[in-house]
Design a protein around this ligand. Structure first.
Ligand SMILES: Cc1cc2nc3c(=O)[nH]c(=O)nc-3n(C[C@H](O)[C@H](O)[C@H](O)COP(=O)(O)O)c2cc1C
Length: 172
């Protein structure tokens, strides 16, 4: 797919079939995720692949009962790594590692479209509980949960503000 077409076709999908994702596709998606830019190329991000139903159920409960987290055959937890970004001090810890992880999230979402998969960026969850469920060590922050899978329902494109409302020229 052309990049513009991928961008245009991406949308948050919240309903999944049980069709499994081929291992090779999942691997390609993860490789693409880490092709995203990162501060100093430190790649301060980690990925946890969750396929276990019981863990997905726990994640769902920690994420306002967003049931599609259980439905999706795979959930990827994208984490920011404050340890790996340490050379950048406070700005690295508070900002860069989150940006590294977020850039990877967007790559995952776009790559999923290219493989005919659907996904959703889920950020509404209790960080402390998710960290506990996934046994995430200190200095690692779960940034997003991404349910990934096939869907029969294609969501409608959501509206955007007129770009003129968001763009400032030369100064605010
Ligand atoms: C930081 C962030 C957190 C989000 N958290 C959630 C979430 O917890 N649950 C959900 O259903 N969608 C979540 N979304 C998806 C947005 O609702 C969605 O991107 C937005 O409504 C625009 O729709 P679209 O992605 O289909 O273009 C999140 C998106 C971002 C960027």
């Amino acid at each position: 797919m052309e990049l513009k077409e991928v961008i245009r076709n991406r949308r948050s999908v919240r309903s999944f079939s049980s069709t499994p994702i081929p291992k090779t596709i999942l691997e390609e998606i993860l490789l693409s995720a880490n092709l995203a830019p990162s501060a100093g190329n430190l790649q301060a991000r980690d990925f946890i692949i969750i396929e276990d139903k019981h863990i997905k159920e726990q994640l769902c409960a920690a994420a306002l009962n967003q049931m599609f987290l259980i439905q999706a055959p795979v959930v990827i937890a994208v984490c920011a790594n404050q340890k790996r970004i340490a050379p950048y001090g406070t700005r690295g810890k508070e900002l860069f590692c989150i940006q590294d992880a977020s850039a990877a999230v967007e790559h995952i979402l776009l790559c999923a479209v290219d493989y005919g998969l659907e996904a959703c960026w889920v950020g509404a969850f209790d960080q402390r509980i998710v960290s506990k469920i996934l046994q995430i060590p200190p200095e690692i922050i779960p940034v997003a949960l991404i349910p990934l899978g096939y869907s029969t329902k294609k969501s409608k494109a959501s509206k955007r503000k007129d770009i003129k409302e968001l763009v400032h020229r030369n100064h605010w």
